[in-house]
Design a protein. Structure first.
Length: 170
């Protein structure tokens, strides 16, 4: 209800799409551009943690720098009314995790998924961004079967020193 009030006049929430470890994702209608979007919201109790808010916003900023057909487009990152949320493209389809739960994939399909995921990662790497959370739950397959890489929440921009991670991190 709080989110609906904050979004009033711009977006209308349609339904819950899913919950993750750090956020809740809703399907919404963009009332201005008349299109469906996904809105990823940091739960209000987590907005008191400055580090989590920064990490959440970094997810959006990092992904927004990456214009590639296999990477989720980010439209906005907003902090208002005590909420922090990301507005991104809605990808109708399913996660690779959900697809794999139905059984093994044919080899040709595996090759296609791996190729498209590698193209997305290669694009990010050329821009000196390492995803660091590539897993089936973060790989979406749209209704046309195209791979879309999501959730850059723990990505890392490679420093000029060439060091990608710090001690004790992957």
């Amino acid at each position: 209800q709080r989110l609906a009030r904050t979004l009033e006049g711009r977006y209308e929430i349609t339904r819950l799409l899913g919950r993750g470890g750090m956020a809740v994702v809703f399907l919404a209608q963009d009332l201005v551009l008349e299109r469906q979007v996904a809105i990823k919201v940091l739960p209000p109790d987590m907005t008191r943690d400055g580090l989590r808010v920064t990490r959440f916003q970094q997810d959006a900023k990092t992904a927004a720098k990456l214009a590639h057909p296999n990477i989720i487009p980010i439209y906005r990152v907003v902090r208002e009314g005590g909420l922090v949320y990301i507005v991104m493209k809605y990808v109708p389809g399913q996660s690779l995790e959900d697809l794999l739960a139905k059984g093994p994939l044919p080899i040709a399909r595996v090759r296609q998924v791996l190729r498209e995921a590698a193209l997305a990662l290669g694009h990010a790497h050329r821009r000196r961004i390492v995803h660091r959370d590539v897993k089936p739950a973060n790989i979406m397959l749209d209704d046309d079967g195209r791979v879309i890489l999501t959730d850059f929440g723990i990505s890392k921009a490679v420093q000029d020193t060439g060091q990608v991670t710090g001690t004790g991190t992957i």
